[in-house]
Design a protein around this ligand. Structure first.
Ligand code: ZN
Length: 128
């Protein structure tokens, strides 16, 4: 037991490169992705801060690990608010509105044209 514990205990990260703690003995301030999610948080792009390790007979390496993230660096999971949806809709409308004729073209104005197709090719529209 003492040997297994030592194998899984490396708080300085000297052996594994990142701080390693035995299963269920993570220090305060660290949480797995799942634990963060339970608190309404997400890692937010931060690198893995530490890992939990336990011996596992099912794994080839003899251990299984779980990655830990720092809780203070975690970001809240923000659901899309109606305000955000409104802003998005406005942005989409702006992208669909032709600067030439000021009409909602019904599609996103191609950046290469900079205006709706009708304004970009008036002759072709007349010919058609
Ligand atoms: Zn137009």
């Amino acid at each position: 037991m003492a040997v297994a514990y030592a194998q899984c205990f490396d708080p300085s990260g000297a052996r594994y490169g990142i701080p390693t703690f035995p299963w269920k003995l993570a220090p305060d301030g660290f949480a797995t992705r799942r634990q963060l999610r339970a608190q309404g948080l997400r890692p937010g792009g931060q690198p893995v801060a530490a890992q939990l390790m336990r011996r596992s007979r099912r794994r080839k390496a003899g251990v299984s690990v779980a990655f830990l993230y720092r809780v203070e660096l975690a970001l809240p999971v923000r659901p899309m608010t109606s305000r955000k949806w409104g802003a998005l809709a406005l942005a989409m409308l702006a992208r669909r509105t032709c600067p030439e004729c000021r009409l909602d073209a019904g599609y996103v104005i191609p950046p290469s044209l900079g205006m709706c197709v009708t304004c970009a090719y008036p002759e072709e529209q007349c010919a058609a």
